[in-house]
Design a protein around this ligand. Structure first.
Ligand code: ARG
Length: 467
């Protein structure tokens, strides 16, 4: 090293064995402070618990613990007021905070890292942070589920065409349709709660990889931090990021559901469907076409799903080649995970805010259900009740539909004699089953689309939501 070059080995907490300073670009390249500063609160939370445990175990004295705790309080305040300048030479959030603490309180600050490594520290920080995010995401999911149940309640009797292959299939109720989305989100919610159990295990005490020689009390630290228990194996504790991958998988499923839902809302707001109205405040216009009102929120949510799926693959790939235990690769877990949480929270929030205000256009949906022979299956079922085998009934109705296509009429618009020409089993009571109301009301069993069933399902949904 030339004499006039600043010797940054002196600035590094690990500089002892180094004889030249880090290459300036390598320093930038290896540092994570630009993004992991986001973990500062959880890093401080972990350090507080670690210090208290060291005190309880007699490894630090009471005065040292007190100095550390009040020093950390001050640093937290400084960061919150934007007064801490993050230093890239100090690599990451852990070393930045520790160095600041030592600047403040001296020797006691240097003792905080006793019995700990950044490896168990960072794994702990990420788990603490992610646990909080899971609770935030769950809250937004619940808000959206509540909106869907309310909407289902208001529209339990509203009829629209149900589709398969995006072709009109059978009439359904709008309430039933909203509850389908509720069910998907309910599974998403349960998945998050399940994933939370595996997040809530404490790595701290694993130290670098093998544990530590100090008489630490990991149960006490776990209790202070609200973890269910300490991790049982130190090598596993510092190295695996499966909890983050699992969360990203659960997040991907939520985004997949929101993306499907978005696609539907986008179709429904088009002039061709015109089933719902989105409030203006969730849409934007076009700079060239004055008539346009675009469903930006659902479009963006559909578009954003891709990045969350991408992060899942990033994290899986990040992990797949790593031998035990900690490797620097793991520093790359943060940006995908942060972006997944931001994208997911934003998308859920937009949906939860928007759904209470969508306005279904009952008349338009009704008209659409009248097209496409949506009660054809009802006619077939009617014939089966009159004694025809289902395959023969299917054939009869197929012919009646062909006549409808030819003459531009729905089955309910045909004369009795016309229908009777296809089967003698048809009588005047047929018209009751050919109406949209008759069709949905007849599907009155658990899981069916009848308004009565929708009301029952709403009650169950409200119980699940704790309402
Ligand atoms: N910034 C690092 C990370 O995010 C902290 C752990 C570093 N450990 C180490 N042995 N270099 O993973």
């Amino acid at each position: 090293m030339s004499k006039n070059q600043h010797d940054t080995t002196q600035d590094k907490p690990w500089g002892g064995r180094f004889s030249e300073s880090t290459d300036a670009f390598v320093e930038e390249f290896t540092a994570s402070i630009r993004f992991d500063q986001r973990l500062y609160k959880h890093d401080i939370q972990g350090s507080r618990a670690h210090a208290r445990m060291l005190g309880k175990a007699g490894i630090l004295n009471t005065s040292e613990v007190e100095q550390i705790l009040s020093g950390l309080d001050e640093i937290e305040q400084t960061i919150e007021n934007g007064g801490l300048e993050w230093n890239v030479t100090l690599e990451d959030v852990h070393m930045n905070i520790e160095a600041r603490l030592t600047d403040k309180i001296g020797i006691a600050g240097k003792k905080l890292h006793t019995g700990r490594s950044r490896n168990d520290q960072v794994a702990t920080d990420v788990r603490l942070w992610l646990r909080e995010q899971v609770d935030g995401v769950s809250h937004e999911l619940r808000r959206l589920q509540c909106a869907l149940v309310d909407l289902a309640g208001r529209e339990a009797d509203t009829i629209l065409p149900g589709f398969t292959h995006l072709q009109v299939a059978q009439p359904i109720t709008f309430g039933h349709h909203m509850l389908a989305w509720f069910e998907m989100l309910q599974r998403d919610y349960e998945r998050l709660q399940d994933c939370r159990k595996r997040i809530n295990v404490m790595p701290l005490g694993a130290a670098a990889l093998a544990g530590t020689t100090y008489p630490i009390d990991r149960n006490y630290t776990a209790e202070l931090l609200g973890f269910d228990r300490p991790a049982r194996n130190s090598l596993d504790a510092v190295s695996d990021r499966d909890f983050a991958i699992e969360f990203n998988a659960a997040a991907s499923l939520i985004m997949m559901h929101l993306s499907r839902f978005s696609e539907e809302l986008i179709l429904w707001t088009s002039a061709q469907f015109d089933f719902i109205r989105l409030p203006d405040r969730f849409c934007t216009g076009s700079s060239i076409m004055p008539q346009k009102k675009n469903p930006d929120v659902p479009e963006l949510v559909r578009g954003k799903s891709g990045r969350v799926f991408g992060h899942l693959i990033s994290l899986l790939t990040l992990m797949k080649g790593q031998p035990l235990a900690y490797n620097k690769d793991n520093q790359e877990d943060k940006e995908p995970l942060f972006d997944t949480v931001d994208t997911l929270l934003g998308s859920l929030r937009a949906f939860a805010d928007m759904m209470p205000h969508i306005q279904p256009k009952a008349e338009r949906m009704r008209q659409a259900a009248m097209q496409g022979f949506s009660t054809a299956t009802d006619l077939a079922d009617y014939l089966v009740r009159k004694g025809l085998p289902f395959r023969d009934a299917h054939e009869v109705v197929g012919k009646a539909v062909a006549l409808g296509v030819e003459t531009g009429r729905d089955l309910s618009e045909m004369r009795l004699e016309e229908l009777q020409a296809f089967s003698g089993a048809i009588h005047a009571d047929v018209f009751a089953v050919l109406t949209l109301e008759g069709s949905v009301a007849a599907r009155n069993h658990l899981g069916g689309t009848a308004p009565e069933q929708v009301r029952k399902q709403i009650q169950i949904a409200r119980e699940l939501l704790g309402q």
